[in-house]
Design a protein around this ligand. Structure first.
Ligand code: GTP
Ligand code: MG
Length: 198
């Protein structure tokens, strides 16, 4: 799929104020600083469409971007950036869980994971939460430019093992990406295009 247009539509923290059009949407979620906003810029070929930062906690709201006039990419705040330790449910802000539980236009969530890191408790908790809530999701392993392909693949294999050990029957569909090099861009856009066509 070619991205021919990408426009910012609205930011807010209330699910009922998200765009009302019945267009398919895809949301990026994951720990703060994992690269959600950067990936939106990479996919859309824009430098600053979504605001990014070297410091965690940059994205604070639900941000809708309309792509090719007929679907949405959604940038969400990260989780796991808290000074005090909290229970899992508290860690995921209420408006984020509201978004996943109420947003009918959501077709698929993409859970972003830093490919360099071992499976983190908070990501596993979030993945379990999505599973329990019946939200379809894929995984995206980010920052692949920081590792060799072989190392990235072996980290993904370790992640898969961890999920299976956590009572998941199988690894969800996954992508290995880099917003620096553009790796994974075609695969991800093709995947979204296929769902949009269904
Ligand atoms: P929050 O909005 O705080 O939740 O963070 P985010 O997940 O949106 O992360 P963001 O896109 O702002 O990126 C965080 C930092 O990681 C920035 O310094 C980016 O330049 C860097 N970064 C993001 N993606 C990549 C990547 O693929 N490769 C490398 N090397 N750096 C990346
Ligand atoms: Mg962000």
């Amino acid at each position: 799929m070619k991205v021919t247009s990408a426009e910012f539509i609205i930011s807010n923290s209330v699910v009922s104020k998200c765009p009302q059009e019945p267009l398919p949407e895809y949301a990026f979620i994951g720990r703060s600083n994992v690269g959600k906003s950067s990936l939106i810029n990479m996919l859309t070929n824009h430098k600053n469409l979504a605001k990014t930062s070297g410091k965690p906690g940059k994205t604070q709201l639900i941000n809708h971007f309309k792509i090719n006039h007929n679907w949405f990419l959604v940038d969400l705040p990260g989780y796991g950036y808290a000074r005090v330790s909290k229970s899992a449910k508290e860690t995921f802000q209420k408006f984020i869980t509201d978004y996943f539980e109420k947003r009918e236009q959501l077709v698929c969530a993409f859970v972003l994971i830093d490919v360099r890191l071992e499976a983190q408790k908070i990501d596993l908790e979030f993945i379990n939460y999505l599973g329990e809530s019946g939200v379809p999701f894929c995984m995206i392993f980010t920052k692949a430019d920081k590792l060799t392909r072989v190392k990235a693949e072996s980290n993904v294999a370790a992640y898969r093992k961890k999920l299976l050990a956590n009572n998941w029957e199988e690894m969800p569909p996954y992508f290995i990406t880099s917003s620096e090099s553009g790796v994974g861009r075609d695969e991800l856009l093709t995947y979204i295009d296929q769902i949009n066509e269904e």
